[in-house]
Design a protein around this ligand. Sequence first.
Ligand SMILES: Cc1cc2nc3c(=O)[nH]c(=O)nc-3n(C[C@H](O)[C@H](O)[C@H](O)COP(=O)(O)OP(=O)(O)OC[C@H]3O[C@@H](n4cnc5c(N)ncnc54)[C@H](O)[C@@H]3O)c2cc1C
Length: 310
Amino acid sequence: MPKVDSLIIGEGPAGVTAALYLARSGCSVVLAEQMTTGGQILATSSLENYPGYPQGIKGYELADLFAAHLQGLEHLERKSGAVTQVAGEAGNFTVTFQDKSVVSCRSVLVCSGAKHRKLGVEREEELTGHGVSYCALCDGNFFRGKPVAVVGGGNAALEESLYLANIVDKIHLIHRRDTFRARKTYYDRLSAMGDKVVFHLDSQVTKLLGVKDLSAIGISNLKTGAYEEVNVEAIFIYVGFEPVTTFLPEELERDPQGFIVTDTEMRTNLPGIFAAGDIRSKLCRQVITAAGDGATAAQAAFVFLEQLHG
Ligand SMILES: Cc1cc2nc3c(=O)[nH]c(=O)nc-3n(C[C@H](O)[C@H](O)[C@H](O)COP(=O)(O)OP(=O)(O)OC[C@H]3O[C@@H](n4cnc5c(N)ncnc54)[C@H](O)[C@@H]3O)c2cc1C
């Protein structure tokens, strides 16, 4: 493949938007994705805060619309696979994929997003897919009518608990503090469900129990030290996000949480590398802000490429 103007990593809202803008401006673009178009919106039951959809839109429906928008775009090539390394310098980058293929490009737009943080409890890895999950929308249906646990205190944990409440028999909601960071309306709706939702505050999950599949969890109260075991067939974990940056150069500036630092034009400290969406250090991580970042990054990359050619 000849050298292209830009390689964009990730087909989430940021990467899709950046690809649309750059390809429409006539730049040659490779858009790389390791899974399928949509990113985290595929884990979102319904988006009610994306303008233009007053009744809300399901995550997978928006992802399908994003994919449709990319169809047939001139100057755009899609590439399936995981990027494992970005190396080189402004105007002359090499991007390596898991299958060892390499793409040469003049600029790189990093839109690889963020992923759910692990709980860090023994057997978490082993039981993933056997009761341990990070996506209620994907896996909730397997536990119809069963007791489950949800861990976390932010919007994701409570939003997913509301989704699960329509499916499962009982939810044990475990949070290490005594108040939630999530929207109050979410908490109010869960509280109003009576016995269906059992709150375990000031608590953490310390054991995952079961032979082949999860059958119970151990919960320790952080204030009293009390320990109890509750029978659940699934645990849905929402204890924060971490940026997906392992394939990027060490010299790329990150904040203390590991998110990429950019200026307002999405430029990183390394010329020719731009970052957009949840991957970057910022206040608000949403579809609309990721798409906005993608558009800005594309415009900044366009200016960079013009100067390079100039
Ligand atoms: C449960 C949940 C509910 C949410 N609800 C809402 C909501 O109601 N409204 C809202 O606005 N936002 C919501 N969000 C947040 C929103 O989904 C994110 O802010 C947005 O998707 C971020 O977009 P992004 O493009 O930056 O990254 P992502 O969506 O994370 O996409 C990144 C993409 O990059 C790909 N990728 C990563 N690494 C590589 C690699 N090495 N090689 C190739 N591809 C790679 C990933 O597979 C992924 O497709 C929710 C998120 C979650 C998890």
